[in-house]
Design a protein around this ligand. Structure first.
Ligand code: GDP
Ligand code: IMO
Ligand code: MG
Length: 428
């Protein structure tokens, strides 16, 4: 299986990091293909927790080449801090490779993210304020700076002149903020960051193809998720990149023929940080229970996540837009204490039953979930390690969910630890 994509199927934080870490043992490279340090991927190994924002989740294995692909937006300060954090904890990052074509997040991107959210007021998107949207906007407008520009001061200066010519007056006149000085940015980015980033910079497209051509396995680790995708998500309440499986092709430089396994990671319920429609959202004590039992506070920003029942209509849509071959279902253990658990199988939109994701977003905002209800299992699942060890009620729920989604559930998470995962079907 040369190319495997791990993709979020909901609104993020499904456990992509954990699933990537699990599969990485059989991989040669693990590639991040989009997003930036808006991601927060948690790995728990032998009781030790690692929270990664930019560095691919395969980094804990010495045999892996972790790659930050061309589709990622890189804040060098965050990248270097993450390398330092891992190094201080005994993880060797010398293999880390960063695409020369990846775009840079500069301080004005982050400031724009902050002031624009403030300007939106009660209509804000609830971004992570990391500068992700403004950096991708500059990339699309062809005024972005790339990692390779860190190594040519004259190009770096010339590009900044173009971009600050427009941004500095915007800060001064619209947002009443100080602008940015080219000399300051040169001193920090070229003086401080460039020498430390340089050893990691590579032709990452070549690295991925060398691995594939030599028969190695490559895992493409999605950040964010299907319903945060710029094209397929709940626009405008989305991120500014393409987390969906197709993004792995553009963001890493491979064609679709190299990808033969696409694993959609889903929680056994749903969560969302930030604003936007959410048909199955819970505002009752079950919602609070999911927050508290599932520790649903952002890995990255610490914000309380919104919680709700699992939504099979969304998951069926995720199967299609990602060509999912299977689902890795995480956090089943979080439902252990509930008397009953629900699966949304359709929506009521103004009195009509709808089984597909409404293509008109206003309908999605008004959609009322139609549920199938399953008996709870009232058993601690965290020690379960096989299909046979699962209680009948949990299996009935998994089988019902699988039917509603239409692809196999191959892996089931029963705790945060690396080993707390059950291989359910032969697809895994
Ligand atoms: P990601 O962004 O998709 O990588 O997910 P996050 O790391 O942001 O959030 C997932 C959280 O759930 C992390 O704290 C994981 O350690 C934790 N987690 C992952 N799988 C399971 C599971 O099966 N059970 C429980 N209880 N926690 C899990
Ligand atoms: P991982 O990879 C959950 C959300 C933000 C906001 C929207 C846009 O850990 O699953 P952005 O800063 O990207 O412009 O914010 O997207 N968001 C995430 N939510 N998990 C993430 O990453 C997210 N990355 C961005 O909360 O609603
Ligand atoms: Mg996360």
């Amino acid at each position: 299986m040369p190319g495997t994509v791990v993709v979020g199927t909901q609104w993020g934080d499904e456990g992509k990091g954990k699933v990537t870490d699990l599969l990485a043992q059989d991989m040669q490279c693990v590639v991040r293909y989009q997003g930036g340090h808006n991601a927060g991927h948690t790995l728990v190994v032998k009781g030790e927790s690692f929270k990664l924002q930019l560095i691919p989740s395969g980094v804990l294995y010495p045999h892996i080449t972790p790659i930050i692909g061309n589709g990622v937006v890189v804040d060098p300060k965050v990248l270097l801090a993450e390398v330092d954090m891992l190094t201080s904890r005994g993880v060797d990052c010398s293999n880390l490779r960063v695409s020369a074509n990846a775009h840079l997040i500069l301080p004005y991107h982050q400031m724009l993210d902050v002031v624009f959210e403030r300007h939106l007021g009660k209509n804000k998107l609830g971004t992570t304020k990391r500068g992700i949207g403004p950096a991708y906007a500059d990339k699309a407008a062809r005024v972005g700076l790339r990692v390779q520009d860190l190594f040519d001061e004259s190009i770096f200066r010339a590009k900044l002149e173009v971009v600050l010519h427009e941004k500095n007056p915007l800060f001064a006149k619209v947002y009443n903020k100080l602008g940015y000085e080219i000399d300051d940015l040169v001193a920090t980015y070229i003086g401080e960051y460039a020498p430390r980033v340089e050893p990691h910079v590579a032709d990452t497209v070549d690295l991925v193809h060398e691995a594939l051509e030599s028969g190695g396995n490559v895992l493409f680790e999605g950040a964010q998720a299907t319903f945060l995708d710029l094209d397929h998500g709940t626009y405008p309440f989305v991120t500014s990149s393409n987390p969906t499986a197709g993004g792995a092709c553009t963001g890493a430089g491979v064609g679709p023929r190299h990808i033969d396994r696409v694993i959609g990671v889903a929680k056994a319920y749903t969560t969302r940080v930030g604003a936007g429609p959410y048909p199955t959202e819970l505002f009752d004590e079950v919602g609070d229970h999911l927050v508290n039992t599932g520790h649903e506070f952002g890995t990255n920003t610490g914000r309380r996540r919104r919680t709700g029942w699992v939504d099979a209509v969304m998951l069926r849509h995720a199967v299609r837009v990602n060509s999912l071959s299977e689902i890795a279902l995480t956090k089943l253990d979080v439902l252990d204490a509930l008397d009953s658990v629900k699966v949304c199988v359709g929506y009521d939109v103004d009195g009509d039953r709808v089984d597909k994701l409404p293509y008109h977003q206003s309908d999605f905002h008004r959609a009322k979930p139609i549920y199938e209800e399953y008996a709870g299992w009232k058993t601690d699942l965290t020690e379960c390690n096989s299909r046979e060890s699962l209680p009948a009620a949990a299996l009935a729920y998994l089988e019902g969910l699988e039917r509603a989604i239409g692809v196999p559930i191959s892996l089931v998470g029963v705790g945060p630890g690396r080993r707390q995962i059950i291989h359910l079907s032969s697809a895994a």
